[in-house]
Design a binder for this molecule. Sequence first.
Ligand code: TXA
Ligand code: MG
Length: 329
Amino acid sequence: MQTTIYSINDKTIKKAVELFNASEVVAVPTETVYGLGAVGTDSVAVKKIFEIKGRPSDNPLIAHVHKDYDISKLVYIEQDYVDKLIKAFTPGPLTMVFNSKGVVCKEAVGGGSTLAIRIPSHEGCQKLLKALDKPVVAPSANLSKHTSPVTAMHVYNDLNGKIEMILDGGKCSGGIESTVVDCTDKVPRILRAGLITKEMIEKVVGACLIAEHKSSDKVRSPGVKYKHYRPNCQTALYNENEIDLAIKRYDKEASEGKRAFIMCRDDLKGEFFGKNLLLLGKTEEQIASNLYDKLLEGEKIADIIIAIAMPDEKNINLGIMNRMRKSCE
Ligand code: TXA
Ligand code: MG
């Protein structure tokens, strides 16, 4: 199959809608990462997503809808705080998990009884969802376990020959996947950290729990094991107070003829004078936005990426560290 990248506009949106309605999958831009979409009520199309990605069938997908879509057609909204979350954070990088009404097919939700809903803010994506006017289930548009794509070219590199159409909506501004919040209980619970933080949710609804593993335990990991978000090269992760160890590691790898790169925040670059660098930016937002892009750039030019951890796990740093740790495990 020939894979073509099309710039997203009214004409290509029309073509994408035709493909969606013909049980095909299409890669679409969002403000977080690119998604591999299919109509959520179409089990034939949904099964293609799992096959193409090599994704375990019990890992549920997020249903994406436009901002005027009545989500109560898909799910039971049982908690009062949901309205506040919707008003404050949508359209945007927030995914809410509800009890499902079963409209979206069971293949999309791993046979479970809940459904995750997201209203993306990316303008082209909104236009597409509006034109289709159906829920689009979409995981990140990468092969399972690989780093998530933040450009159309990243999608192409993973899925070339496996899908017909990639809609190019530019580089994703957010850069890490949406915050997933379980909204079935009295207090919202973050299942996956992201750009909408615990602190932001607490401000709007009072309380917010974190279900995610938030360990500050040992971050260094020399492993070459293939896991979630991993680039196709060796990786290692060092804490900020282990810069001397990171430098030693770099020198050792380089002395063995390996192309080593340090991946760090801009303000640390003075510590690594004369070394190959992948710079992530200054602010938390910039770092989140650049993380996958730099990992995917790194896998092309480096034998090993030596990453330096964020100084804490507050606010957006929690989501960043969650990805950094997994991608460098
Ligand atoms: O930003 C994003 O969320 C991107 C873009 C494309 O929208 N999508 C994305 O999808 O990251 P995916 O499939 O790579 O990750 C979805 C996450 C997984 O951790 C999945 O387990 C969780 O959301 N999830 C989906 N449905 C769920 C449900 N019903 N209950 C609990 N977790 C769910
Ligand atoms: Mg993913």
